[in-house]
Design a protein around this ligand. Structure first.
Ligand code: C2E
Ligand code: CA
Ligand code: CA
Length: 240
């Protein structure tokens, strides 16, 4: 009953699709389409999230492989990795074996991770990130600014991309403080040599502000909601 949706990521410079995020959906036989916020936390506590994330990774690999086989230039697709995986000592080997099964180049897979407030966990998380990074995967820090240790993690974690939390986007338009925080985050990320993506972009106003501060990439309802793979492929054809 699970399916993977893709939400495009757009370049603010030329409005081309530069990637996608894979997001799980549950098509319940009685209840219809259920969104992750209604089940992720349950699956995190019973461990089922591990299976979900590997399922998503595998679907994404199949999808990228089919683009390559069909002569379509692939884009990087990101997969969310729950913190629950951090307790799996074979995580990196398991990830590599799935991706290699489909012959997908590692640099086409990005992992979105969230920070943690527990110090021992943070050290462990950074170790896992280093291994994923040296295996050639792209790493992004999801929900930047929403936790307690954002800057601490940024200091040590080998991430390629900073993903500014959606809730800052509401702030942007509402207050000057919001604008200052987002602008400074973008500048800091760039000085650290990271790409920056803003998620949850819904309005022209937000988009204009983000382009004006050189935020490279945006993702949000303004361009597209998460959509089934075949719909994403139509977008991809139009916006390349
Ligand atoms: P997230 O990783 O922060 O994903 C972004 C969420 O923001 C997605 O919600 C997406 O649909 C939503 N979003 C994107 N653009 C907009 C916008 O313009 N406005 C608004 N209001 N929302 C927007 P979704 O798909 O419901 O997922 C919610 C959360 O569930 C995700 O947040 C992520 O933490 C988790 N999740 C989703 N799929 C997976 C998965 O395969 N594995 C794991 N571990 N977690 C997942
Ligand atoms: Ca994410
Ligand atoms: Ca996020």
């Amino acid at each position: 009953e699970f399916i993977v949706y893709l939400q495009p990521k757009y370049s603010t410079v030329d409005e081309k699709i530069v990637g996608a995020e894979a997001l799980i959906r549950w098509k319940h036989h009685e209840r219809g389409l259920i969104c992750p916020n209604d089940f992720i936390s349950v699956f995190e506590s019973n461990g089922f999230i591990v299976k979900i994330d590997f399922f998503v990774l595998e679907e994404v690999c199949k999808c990228i492989k089919s683009w390559i086989d069909d002569g379509i230039e692939p884009v990087v697709v990101s997969v969310n990795l729950s913190r629950v995986h951090m307790y799996d000592s074979n995580l990196v080997d398991e990830v590599v074996s799935v991706v290699d099964k489909y012959g997908v180049p590692h640099e086409l897979i990005e992992f979105e991770l969230t920070e943690t407030i527990i110090f021992e966990e943070l050290e462990h998380l950074i170790e896992v990130m280093k291994k994923l990074k040296s295996a050639g995967f792209v790493l992004s820090m999801d929900d930047f600014g929403s936790g307690y240790s954002s800057l601490n993690m940024l200091r040590n974690a080998p991430v390629d991309t900073l993903k500014i939390d959606r809730f800052f986007l509401d702030e942007i338009m509402a207050t000057d403080r919001g604008k200052i925080i987002v602008e400074a985050s973008v500048r800091m990320a760039k000085q650290l040599g990271l790409a920056v993506i803003a998620e949850g972009v819904e309005t022209q106003e937000q988009l204009d502000f983000l382009s004006s501060i050189d935020c490279d990439i945006v993702q949000g309802y303004y361009y597209s909601r998460p959509v089934p793979v075949n719909e994403f492929e139509i977008f991809m054809e139009k916006h390349r």
